[in-house]
Ligand binder design. Structure first.
Ligand code: AMZ
Length: 272
């Protein structure tokens, strides 16, 4: 359910089907739930440009264009339902206005948008929602101010909040992946589940932007341990990566460099 706040701010009221409405089927004595699987094309922004980093390293950057809305339209034209948009400058602690200026141009397209990077308080969440974002990603604050996650869910609703859990060598990283949080991804995910979070994005930093294959097994382990919907991210290189994440009954997968490099087309991936 979208909160009253959300509907009021947007001035709209429309029926909304929950993403993870599931098909349940019985196999012998066990009930299995096949959840809806969503492929999220990524649009990472640095000073208004569409970029990809390797391992999240700001010095290892490839620029793929200077028109974020054009990139968004390209992925929607291929059939995407959602766009995953990251304000990298924000994540690194820089207050670049360019990425925020690009945001309404992306949300004006005919897709749904999850957005994060540099969200540090309730006012940032409100600003993103007012810019037309459907779901706001909380990363660093989920570690540094976990009470903010509780407040955000109570103020905006659990469907508007997703927690980004980005980890390397078993440790969650914050502040643009430059700082170790001293907590494992599964432990942080459990803490978030206890606060009422429904969905997390799990990124394997060691694979991000380098096309080495997605860590579907680790993401699935977090989903099984916590009961959360988990979107896997980092390393997608082939259609087989998409198949493997889907087979693990994950909530979705984020693809970035592979579709910008043309390793496969998003349209093909969406057929899976
Ligand atoms: O590439 C990076 N160095 C990077 C990145 N892609 N650092 C953070 N992020 C993304 C996270 C999440 O979507 O994957 O930014 C969001 C979290 O930002 P923050 O500012 O809330 O920690």
């Amino acid at each position: 359910m979208r909160s009253d706040w959300y509907l009021r701010k947007r001035g709209v009221s429309f029926s909304y089907s929950k993403r993870s409405v599931s098909v349940s089927f019985l196999s012998s004595q066990k009930t299995m739930t096949q959840q809806t699987f969503i492929i999220y094309p990524a649009i990472d922004l640095r000073n208004g440009q569409v970029v990809r980093l390797q391992y999240g390293d700001p010095n290892l950057q490839t620029v793929f264009g200077n028109d974020p809305a054009e990139a968004g339209q390209r992925w929607l034209d291929q059939g995407a339902e959602w766009l995953h948009v990251v304000n990298l400058d924000g994540a690194f602690g820089d207050k670049s206005a360019a990425n925020w200026e690009a945001l309404p141009l992306i949300t004006a397209l005919n897709g749904r948008v999850q957005f994060g990077g540099g969200i540090r308080g309730l006012s940032d969440i409100e600003r993103a929602l007012q810019a037309g974002v459907d779901r706001v990603i909380l990363g660093t604050v989920a570690v540094e101010q976990p009470e903010l996650v509780t407040e955000a869910i109570s103020q905006f609703g659990a469907d508007q909040i997703v927690v980004g859990i980005d980890a390397r060598d078993g440790e969650v990283k914050t502040r643009g992946w430059q700082t170790g949080a001293g907590v494992s991804p599964t432990d942080l995910a459990q803490q978030m589940a206890d606060k009422g979070v429904k969905t997390i994005i799990h990124t394997d930093i060691a694979r991000d932007g380098v096309l080495t294959g997605v860590n579907a097994e680790k993401s699935a382990g977090i989903a099984q341990a916590t009961g959360l919907d988990v979107i896997a991210s980092g390393g997608v290189a082939t259609l087989d990566d998409i198949r493997r994440t889907k087979a693990q009954n994950l909530a979705g997968v984020i693809t970035g460099r592979a579709i910008y490099d043309g390793k496969f087309s998003l349209a093909e991936a969406l057929q899976i």
